[in-house]
Design a binder for this molecule. Sequence first.
Ligand code: FES
Length: 198
Amino acid sequence: MQPKSPPNPGRRKFLITATSTVGAIGIAGAAVPFISAFNPSAKAEAAGAPAIADISKLAPGEMIIVEWRGTPIYVVKHSQESMNEINKNLERLADPDSNTEVQPQYAKNEYRSRKPGISVLSAVCTHLGCAPKYYPQLGVVDFDSDWQGGFFCPCHGSKFDLAGRVYSGVPAPDNLAVPPHYFKSDDILVIGEDGDIA
Ligand code: FES
């Protein structure tokens, strides 16, 4: 019997290509899909230009990394299951109301996001600056017996939920920052500018 072809060879190749970048930036787990994004040219970046990302191919549960001003930014599209669970673990969070200053006003809501279902977060741990790793799965993981999905920083054990809210009792003192951003369309995310604030 002939071996089955992968359902989408082009996409498979793309994900494999991106895997080398994953290691460099420190994303968790080979099973976590990773998609590239557009970055500004070096000249434009030096001038403080925003980073523009096409999120049209971002599937539920997936994350991309967009570099903005030399800082990696995580862009996560949550699954419906994750959205259902995201606010069921509030008692474990240091700042469940999310009133810190590390997010624009439009992200001060129950999901810390401008668009429900999409999180845009700085990939810099608020403890000493490591890159927290993305663990979208729910349930038992190596570092938590009741994990609700989110980010784990392996440097000193800080945990953040899927909205980037820091757990209590960990070294990190604050939530992951939300950079200024807006959605130019359903598919195009602009990081580095607020756009029109409704
Ligand atoms: S740098 Fe993340 S826990 Fe210390």
